[in-house]
Design a protein around this ligand. Structure first.
Ligand code: HEC
Ligand code: HEC
Length: 353
């Protein structure tokens, strides 16, 4: 109870600063993104008040059954909103999660959510962790009642959504508004694209290697033509495990969602942005360094029935890169890490400032 008192006080203070009735209704101003795909339609309707409210909810343990866990407990800003350095997060009652916690950024352009794409959009995604018994373990009606019982939240909801009753739809909408603002666009790579910076020699050669079909061949999967998202968002099996039959994967991934055996062992291709902050890597967090990831693509790609045809060098275990090439690929990859994003105060915990 004492804790809630402090929370209420902080909320009240933040209400006075920057959450005035007029400011709250104003559209949120998204940054100008030179090389990104256009802002999707869902960006419209994002208001400053909605974002501020969603940010509070994202950082508030009020969403979990025993008030021990917030979204931010598993999605940490300094780790680009992943749960680095954990391979898998712990939820309520120390319940171990099944897969590595993905980072959160540039979600407006993401066609589906989770490693297997089982949530269709950013708002629907929010429904999962709250009611998941192993994540936050709450009934939505109870969450809504708790939030409605807090005077400051009541006022904020009224300012943003008028007289509509506080329910799961509005809570998810507010969190989604905040999540849309998590845009990572200020890495060295971005500055180079804009002509404001230049690659070092290693980085430049690494860039050629990741594009080269006979070498890294990474950008066929980790970007779509010159857009800087770092992934095509396709479902793919990049050859992590040697599996004899489509039924043999330990985690069926996309196949468990689509019901199609040909999708077994496929996962959504993750972005190669912000890798400096998000180790360990892959859906199960099996690799703890980028060097290990590049070693895998170079020397240990495994055959399985659903392997992506773009992994064309599987017959010789991968791209067979030498030590110098590996080093340059890692140097290039790191240019896509966005320090401004992980330090941006706008995305930080509103309760500790
Ligand atoms: C106990 C740790 C935990 C908590 C708490 C948690 N998440 Fe997650 N989150 C995960 C894991 C693990 C995944 C990946 C699960 C999968 O793909 O099967 C995930 C996936 C996501 C994704 C999909 C990202 C992508 O790239 O597809 C979003 C968005 C997200 N979480 C937002 C939230 C929000 C919002 C909350 C709070 C309401 C929240 N998470 C609470 C662990 C957590
Ligand atoms: C055929 C498509 C494909 C190609 C080509 C490809 N990748 Fe991947 N990459 C994937 C998929 C799919 C995953 C996720 C696999 C999983 O977790 O099951 C992944 C995961 C990764 C990750 C882990 C990211 C994270 O957040 O966990 C890194 C880093 C990575 N790839 C880098 C590379 C590099 C470097 C190359 C070139 C040497 C490359 N990829 C080539 C499909 C591809």
């Amino acid at each position: 109870m004492y804790k809630y008192g402090v929370v209420a006080l902080l909320l009240a203070v933040s209400l006075l600063y920057g959450f005035g009735r007029h400011g709250a209704k104003r559209p949120y101003r998204f940054p100008v993104l030179t090389f990104f795909p256009a802002l999707p339609g869902e960006a419209e309707g994002t208001t400053r008040g909605g974002v501020a409210l969603g940010r509070m909810l994202f950082y508030d343990t009020i969403l979990s059954r025993d008030s021990s866990i917030a979204c931010a407990s598993c999605h940490k800003q300094w780790a680009a909103f992943s749960d680095a350095p954990l391979a898998v997060s712990r939820g309520i009652d120390a319940h171990v999660q099944r897969r590595n916690t993905p980072p959160l950024f540039n979600m407006m352009w993401q066609p589906a959510f989770f490693w297997d794409g089982r949530a269709a959009n950013i708002t629907e995604q929010v429904f999962h962790p709250v009611r998941d018994a192993g994540e936050m373990g709450m009934m939505w009606t109870d969450v809504a009642a708790r939030i409605a019982g807090n005077k400051t939240y009541r006022q904020m909801f009224r300012t943003v959504y008028g007289s509509r009753p506080i329910d799961s739809t509005l809570i998810a909408d507010a969190i989604a508004q905040f999540e849309r603002t998590l845009i990572s666009y200020r890495s060295k790579y971005d500055r180079v694209l804009e002509g404001l910076d230049t690659f070092t020699r290693d980085e430049a050669e690494g860039f050629l290697l990741v594009n080269d079909m006979t070498k890294g061949n990474c950008l066929h999967c980790h970007t779509s033509d010159s857009d800087p998202l770092g992934t095509t968002f396709a479902y793919s099996n990049n050859g992590l495990d040697k599996v004899a039959t489509a039924g043999g994967f330990r985690d069926a991934g996309r196949g468990a969602v689509s019901g199609n055996e040909h999708d077994n062992g496929k996962f959504r291709i993750p972005s190669i942005r912000n890798l400096a902050f998000t180790a360990p890597y892959m859906h199960d967090g099996r690799y703890s360094t980028l060097e290990q990831v590049v070693d895998f693509y170079s020397d240990s790609v495994q055959y399985s029935p659903t392997i992506d045809t773009k992994m064309g060098l599987v017959h010789r275990g991968g791209a067979r890169l030498n030590a110098d090439e590996k080093k340059k690929i890692v140097a290039f990859l790191l240019t896509m890490s966005d320090t401004a994003f992980v330090h941006d105060l706008e995305f930080g915990n509103p309760f500790v400032r």
